[in-house]
Design a protein around this ligand. Structure first.
Ligand code: SF4
Ligand code: SF4
Length: 172
């Protein structure tokens, strides 16, 4: 029969023994000096932490952060509320309500149909980028921006106010 108590997945298992402590172990001093030595060694070794937000790490070229809903070159919203992004989303994080564009709103919405409500639940989103790939209108992109933290669940439901590209922002 296998003795499961003796199996060690990491190979670093040390059996606890009840043997008497030696004189030097009872003094604790050698242990303390050894511990201080390890601490000192880390003082002079290369730091792996960064002083965020003053210092920022370089992003990976494939990093995917907060979404943006794009405007076209005339400033009109590109999204036509087709729902393909919501369909492609494995986390079911996207919801929207579509509306018909009215005469005179051509400068606001590029297509005859647009999203009057467009929401992404950032607590559900896994930043996979499938919504971006599914969009036939090049309306949704994932940017390098890190989503803001919040104290309430409601704060993580990002609506058009947070997602749509601001008119003063650069068109991608
Ligand atoms: S990035 Fe992925 S999980 Fe997030 S909204 Fe888009 S499809 Fe859904
Ligand atoms: S973002 Fe793209 S895929 Fe999603 S509803 Fe708008 S047009 Fe359709």
């Amino acid at each position: 029969m296998t003795d499961y108590g003796s199996i060690s997945l990491t190979g670093r298992k040390i059996d606890v023994s009840q043997k008497e402590m030696t004189f030097s172990e009872k003094l604790y001093l050698p242990g303390i000096i050894k511990g201080m030595g390890i601490t000192l060694k880390h003082f002079f070794s290369k730091k792996v932490t960064v002083q965020y937000p003053d210092e920022k790490r370089e992003f990976s070229p494939v990093y995917r952060g907060q979404h943006i809903l794009m405007r076209d070159e005339n400033g009109a919203e590109r999204c036509t509320a087709c729902g393909l992004c919501a369909l492609a989303c494995p986390a079911e994080a996207i919801t929207m309500t579509s509306a018909e564009r009215k005469p005179g709103e051509e400068n606001l919405y590029r297509e005859e149909k647009y999203a009057s409500v467009y929401e992404i639940n950032m607590l559900r989103c896994i930043f996979c980028g499938l919504c971006e790939e599914a969009c036939p209108k090049e309306a949704i992109f994932l940017t390098e921006k890190i989503s803001n933290a919040d104290y309430s669940r409601e704060g993580f439901i990002f609506g058009k106010d947070k997602l749509v590209l601001k008119p003063e922002q650069q068109v991608l």
